[in-house]
Ligand binder design. Structure first.
Ligand SMILES: [Zn+2]
Length: 89
């Protein structure tokens, strides 16, 4: 067995180990990739409010903020205290 065979074997082993570690990291672990910063806001009273017509959407989970539009205008994110004292405008 010549030295380059040993070297190749070692390099192959390292490559396989590296691939295994990368695959393991991708497969397991606390995957921050699946839900990037999804904020569970069900405890808070978060609403998307349309200032034009007054339509409100209750938000239970806040992901990457993409404000939907209503009546051609971006809706407004309104956080209200958990107490159920909404004042009808
Ligand atoms: Zn509207």
């Amino acid at each position: 067995m010549s030295w380059w065979v040993v070297l190749t074997a070692v390099l192959m082993g390292l490559a396989i180990a590296w691939v295994g570690i990368v695959a393991l990291r991708a497969a397991s672990g606390p995957g921050p990739r699946e839900n990037p910063e999804v904020e569970d806001v069900e405890e808070l009273e978060v609403f998307l409010v349309c200032r034009e017509c007054g339509t409100e959407f209750r938000v239970t989970r806040l992901g990457e903020l993409q404000i939907p539009r209503h009546c051609g205008e971006p809706m407004e994110v309104v956080r209200r205290p958990a107490a159920d004292d909404r004042t009808p405008s």
